[in-house]
Design a protein around this ligand. Structure first.
Ligand code: NAD
Length: 354
């Protein structure tokens, strides 16, 4: 019998990867024909913003340091007002998924080019996906203008990412690759990236725990995060991402930590339906079982392993289960309420996933 065919769509992003690559920011902005770029950061990363503005020199129009989690539309409007007042013709977002989300929200409204400089492992910079909130409701859309044209990965910028955040952000990245391996539109190219991404992060994150300033480990982790981000941008996600969306959106649980806690349970839920993907995940983790391997990795990193530890109210579990089954979506195993409620119970207490 012939091997099954597949469809692979490459996303058109230019990537500059290395140590000290922030120094290329001016040349990269020039390449995108930005003559006056607005630099975006969160309030705590204003210093990173000033460093980028210094690199951009006369190509910097100013710094907007108001990016916050969940890309609220009011913040986007304030940034757009600053952009117009300064006459900016492009955006340079330096930070995690929150800041990169603001850059995407501006680009999709203005058509201006984006240069993204990620400082976490969340992976947003490699996706044409934007999540935004308005009046407490989160909506997600996908379109080609959302994808940043150029991404600069600079290992130096990640050296000070706190160890706890490195662990959960890295597990967040691994989750993209895990679900890519069993995606409805999985393909062999993305699966290669997924395996390599998981392997690089599973190797690097414990090493970062021992020595947060290790350039070799930080290089490995950022490279793995890039690969995992490509997985998220290229193929559809399933139960794990849906559950995290529900828990983050309706219970305000923190993004990366929620991914870290939920992943082993979502994998255990799907395991019997996708044995080949499970074998690949287990192999790159050096574990005998994928779900247990992920649970143990989180444990080794000292990351949270229960929803209770993240502040999830026990009486919210029923509503979370309702929301998780409310709108049908593709998953390798049918999404059934009783089984999802049982999954949430285990995740709440942090019991082993299998
Ligand atoms: P984040 O961007 O909210 O960052 C968390 C905090 O860490 C911020 O205060 C930030 O300033 C700080 N920080 C970031 N890098 C740092 C560094 N190197 N050193 C010190 N502090 C640093 O967190 P995140 O997990 O990167 O992003 C989460 C958000 O991104 C969520 O809203 C999520 O929905 C979104 N996201 C979107 C996509 C997508 O494809 N659209 C993908 C992944 C995440």
């Amino acid at each position: 019998m012939a091997e099954p065919g597949f469809i692979y769509t490459g996303l058109p992003a230019r990537v500059v990867f290395g140590t000290g690559t922030l120094a290329t920011a001016r040349a990269e902005a020039e390449r995108l024909a930005m003559s006056r770029a607005l630099v975006l950061t969160t309030p705590p990363q204003a210093e990173h913003g000033r460093a980028v503005a210094a690199q951009l020199g006369d190509r910097a129009a100013g710094v907007f340091s108001g990016a916050v989690m969940h890309t609220p539309v009011e913040v986007t409007e304030a940034a757009l007002a600053a952009l117009r007042a300064l006459g900016a013709d492009g955006v340079v977002a330096i930070g995690g998924g929150s800041t990169i989300g603001l850059g995407k929200a501006i680009a999709v409204r203005t058509g201006l080019p984006q240069l993204a400089i990620p400082t976490t492992y969340a992976g947003s910079e490699m996706t044409p996906i934007l999540g935004e909130t308005q009046a407490g409701t989160k909506t997600t859309r996908r379109s080609p203008e959302i994808l940043p044209e150029t991404v600069i990965y600079d290992v130096e910028l990640t050296l000070r990412l706190p160890v706890a955040m490195s662990a959960t952000s890295g597990m967040n990245a691994i989750a993209h690759a895990v679900e890519a391996l069993y995606a409805q539109d999985a393909n062999p190219i993305i699966s290669l990236m997924a395996e390599q991404g998981i392997a690089a992060l599973a190797r690097a994150l414990p090493a970062i725990g021992h020595d947060p300033r290790s350039r070799a480990a930080r290089h490995d982790a950022l490279y793995g995060a890039w690969l995992c981000g490509m997985c998220l941008g290229a193929v559809g996600m399933a139960l794990h991402h849906k559950l995290c969306h529900v828990l983050g959106g309706s219970f305000e649980l923190p993004h990366a930590e929620t991914h870290t806690v939920v992943l082993p349970y979502a994998v255990a839920y799907n395991a019997a339906a996708v044995p080949e993907a499970m074998a690949r995940i287990a192999r790159v983790l050096g574990a005998t079982d994928a779900a247990t391997g992920l649970y143990e990795l989180a444990g080794r990193l000292g990351a949270p392993r229960s929803l209770a530890a993240l502040g999830m109210p026990r009486d919210g579990l029923e509503r979370a289960a309702d929301l998780a089954v409310a709108n049908p979506y593709w998953n390798p195993r049918p999404v059934e309420r009783a089984a999802i409620r049982a999954l949430l119970e285990r995740a709440f207490t942090g019991a082993p996933p299998r």
